[in-house]
Ligand binder design. Sequence first.
Ligand SMILES: *[C@@H]1O[C@H](CO)[C@@H](O)[C@H](O)[C@H]1NC(C)=O
Ligand SMILES: *[C@@H]1O[C@H](CO)[C@@H](O)[C@H](O)[C@H]1NC(C)=O
Length: 372
Amino acid sequence: MSPEYSLRSLLLIILATFSANASNWLYLAKLSSVGSISEEETCEKLKGLIQRQVQMCKRNLEVMDSVRRGAQLAIEECQYQFRNRRWNCSTLDTLPVFGKVVTQGTREAAFVYAISSAGVAFAVTRACSSGELDKCGCDRTVQGGSAQGFQWSGCSDNIAYGVAFSQSFVDIRERSKGASSNRALMNLHNNEAGRKAILNNMRVECKCHGVSGSCEFKTCWKAMPPFRKVGNVLKEKFDGATEVEQSEIGSTKVLVPKNSQFKPHTDEDLVYLDSSPDFCEHDLKNGVLGTSGRQCNKTSKAIDGCELMCCGRGFHTDQVEVVERCSCKFHWCCSVKCKPCHRLLEIHTCRCPPPPPPPPPPPLPVMQPLFH
Ligand SMILES: *[C@@H]1O[C@H](CO)[C@@H](O)[C@H](O)[C@H]1NC(C)=O
Ligand SMILES: *[C@@H]1O[C@H](CO)[C@@H](O)[C@H](O)[C@H]1NC(C)=O
């Protein structure tokens, strides 16, 4: 290897590490509570934060518990949305939380970045509305009469504050110097798409006022969608994610679809750079648990079906007895009595990979004839 070549590859490794671990702050989700972050020194001990996030932590101590909550929401939602896929969003107890799965620019990484930045925006906004934070409260700019004839009033979710906080905290690494690398552009795009999934799905909630429940007067406010809705939207974006590559418009670097036949992605779409591994084999070094031992659906032809889930290794079937409540009767007043019913359920589980072949038996000792 020429010295010049090795220097270049070293630089590439440093650059890759630089933007690849931009999700390390998700490690906050592993803390049982940072409600106890009441002192600035605690910020320096938090694992996974880069120096500029530590500075933000010190300046926004009261918001940090929402950041932790946002990270937890994101991981829970990711595990729900991916429960039937080969990679089920499993986390490790080390950094990065999702292993190398998110250090490559895959669609899985795109989803993780989007749901995490949405998680922070959501949790911070929630905390504003519930009056937990001194720095923000409800959005009182939503006031007055509406075209539909109701009154805006009450506590509208202050999504602008939550989104702005998420932009500063989550995007901070990419917004610093290395912001023109492919990966930084990908992360920034997906972070923004995650926040858009909340912004574009804000809803109007109302309360009726009037004589005996009539809806003579209606007061309404703007509310965030439930986080499950955000997860559903982003999972759809994951399924239709666009593979992109870098291009230059003037002197600005941008991501464009790799296949020029495809229509360009919008701000709300997810984009990725690298194709995903198949996630079949156990590969702890890369944070992939593999699919042996996973439950699968015998009749499904989709990714949750045994054929695809088990990567063709086969599966085994166990019968388990489940006890359910049945023949329930309502008794006046007021109880419901049920009988226990026993039902046999078949559970299909992906087989483990075949064990390595046993070592060949030792050669038989050559018998020396004792007598001739
Ligand atoms: C994900 O799959 C692994 C096996 O590959 C299993 O041990 C783990 O419990 C699953 N996690 C979730 C959250 O479903
Ligand atoms: C298995 O897949 C079939 C076909 O997609 C579906 O109808 C069924 O509800 C699934 N079963 C379970 C237990 O998820």
